[in-house]
Design a protein around this ligand. Sequence first.
Ligand code: SAH
Length: 215
Amino acid sequence: MNVPAMQRLIAELRNSGIADESVLAAIASVDRERFVTQTFAERAWENTALPIAFGQTISQPLVVAAMTEALRVGPRMKVLEIGTGSGYQAAVLARLARRVYSVERFKPLSKAAERLLLDLGIYNVVVDINDGSKGWPGQAPFDRIIVTAAAEERPQALIDQLAVGGILIVPVGRDPTSQVVERIVKTESGLQRDTLMPVRFVPLVAGPLPVLGQG
Ligand code: SAH
């Protein structure tokens, strides 16, 4: 791992207001270089989103940090992530949670992430290839749910799969220029909602999985 570059990023996250030491430690322990394509390896520790396959992106570290902090993950928790992508966010969550369930609609992304996580010795992430807007009903309820793609509307299936006391973090917005991250807390008496920050995520695409052919 490029330790000086990692330390610069952690300092930057701290300066940007990330205060949860367990989140900073989790980010420090996951070598982001392994999750980006070779072309971008030198930029892996920059505080920027980078392209991965199929027109998708690995999120900006500050966004990963802020969303993870807002999720308030504890060591006994069962966490659902929608949008495995490179597997980076799942790896960070795996340091904080008991088990992470991560759903991705692109099979090659899911397979690559699964292999990489095992290579890194991260064994508490389970992946599934599916439309994550439906959640993972067979494993519900979840203590925490994080969506790493932008939903047009608050995804009801995910709210339904949240345990009482659970937290859902989800970027919401139809227009890519006006997305905000929402935090939804499920309580005995209903839902509490607040808005965290503006973001720019690739869309959460509901419906059938892509058929990947040649060309
Ligand atoms: N968390 C990822 C970044 C995700 S980019 C990381 O750390 O690298 C968003 C991902 O969500 C993409 O890989 C995209 O294919 C996936 N996605 C979009 N809509 C989805 C859906 N309905 N179900 C599952 N995955 C979806």
